[in-house]
Design a protein around this ligand. Structure first.
Ligand SMILES: *[C@@H]1O[C@H](CO)[C@@H](O)[C@H](O)[C@H]1NC(C)=O
Length: 379
């Protein structure tokens, strides 16, 4: 054989074997495999394409203008180190490419040291605000004797934060007031962050734009059961409200995720609200304003210990349609003691996730992800 064709064949052989080596090393864990699986319309582990926004806008190279959005953090001066850590992580994993602003709120003034250190790690503008007293303290009309009895009972039952008034103030503020703060009012979308949370994967897309483009209202990463002792009368009031205001109930809502008996009882499933990406025009709507005012008038934020998580979740479940709720599978997130880590190997690799998928909370016994899958028709 003349030398040129032999050379050509040798090259060809190298190219072909190279291709095999590549596809072999990609294997089930490879990017190419999982992308092509999705492109072919196959579902991986029964997770639909809708769960992979990163694929629709790879690495968000489209240079679209930012959404009308901000991060919102409620923190005390004593949370300084943990706030710096949370901001630093969300910067490294996402915001360094977007420079969204931060609004950080406190029930007292921030120290100069706090502002200096948080601003040093943020790539977007940071505003520091105080929560107005009337949005924070226990209202005058609450019967203090009854509230004390309620707290004592939860302490006796060993319920976490059972005796804390400031925790209750915070839950009521997060339920009904944060989106009315003058610094927050300038924005439509928010991403809630708390001190000492962790972001385990690169977020290679813009979740705000993702939600805006798809008319989404509420995004979450972890869903679980609420402690029944903190909300003994909540669902009764929710049912009364629905009877009073049928006009607010969305068609095709997600009530079926929260009740296993057609709305009679609450199965206690809720979205863990320390992470939220949501549309504040939903909280500012007449439906939610009526709902919050109604619940607040019952005093359960103080007589019991209603959390903003069940209050937000139930509202999202009733006043939004189920396809307006978004499970952000690809956002690896941790708030002690629970972690959400993407299970899909391609997604995990694309996100350069630092978490262990085997330890993801998703299908833990205390998680409501199974109910979510079943309700959304994914199980
Ligand atoms: C952002 O949203 C807020 C609240 O809906 C609105 O008041 C403001 O005008 C919006 N800003 C822009 C630039 O669209």
């Amino acid at each position: 054989m003349p030398s040129a064709p032999r050379y050509f064949i040798a090259i060809l052989a190298i190219v072909i074997s190279g291709h095999y080596i590549l596809s072999f090393t990609n294997g089930t864990y490879g990017r190419a495999t999982s992308i092509s699986r999705l492109m072919n319309g196959h579902k991986s582990q029964n997770v639909p394409q809708e769960y992979y926004p990163a694929l629709n806008t790879p690495l968000e190279l489209s240079h679209r203008p930012n959404a009308n959005a901000t991060f919102v953090i409620l923190a005390r001066n004593s949370d300084l180190d943990n706030t710096v850590r949370s901001v630093r992580e969300v910067e490294d994993r996402f915001n360094v490419r977007h420079h969204y602003p931060f609004v950080i709120l406190n029930d007292e003034p921030f120290t100069d040291e706090f502002k200096r250190r948080v601003s040093a790690v943020a790539s977007g503008p940071v505003s520091y605000g105080e929560v107005p007293t009337e949005h924070w303290v226990q209202p005058e009309w609450i019967d203090e004797e009854r509230a004390t009895k309620g707290r004592d009972q939860l302490v006796a039952e060993n319920v976490i934060y059972g005796g804390s008034v400031s925790y209750r103030n915070m839950c009521r503020f997060n339920s009904g007031f944060f989106f009315k703060h003058p610094l927050v009012q300038n924005y439509r979308w928010y991403w809630r962050i708390e001190p000492d949370v962790h972001f385990h994967c690169d977020v290679n897309f813009d979740p705000f734009l993702y939600m805006q483009d798809r008319n989404k209202v509420y995004g979450f990463t972890i869903t679980m059961y609420e402690f029944d002792k903190t909300i003994p009368t909540l669902w009764g009031h929710v049912k009364d409200f629905m009877k009073l205001h049928p006009e607010h109930i969305a068609k095709d809502n997600a009530l079926g995720f929260m009740s296993d008996d057609g709305g009679e009882t609450y199965n206690r499933c809720h979205f863990w609200s320390n992470f939220e990406i949501a549309d504040m025009s939903f909280w500012r709507s007449k439906a939610y304003q009526d709902f919050f005012a109604y619940l607040d008038s019952k005093g359960g934020f103080y007589y019991e210990r209603w959390g903003d998580a069940p209050v937000h979740s139930i509202a999202a479940g009733i006043f939004a349609s189920k396809d307006q709720l978004q499970f952000f599978e690809e956002i690896g997130y941790e708030h002690n003691p629970y972690t959400h880590c993407p299970k899909d190997p391609g997604m995990w690799e694309r996100g350069r996730c630092g978490c262990d998928p085997a330890r993801s909370f998703d299908y833990d016994g205390y998680s409501c992800m199974r109910q979510w899958d079943a309700f959304m028709g994914l199980a």
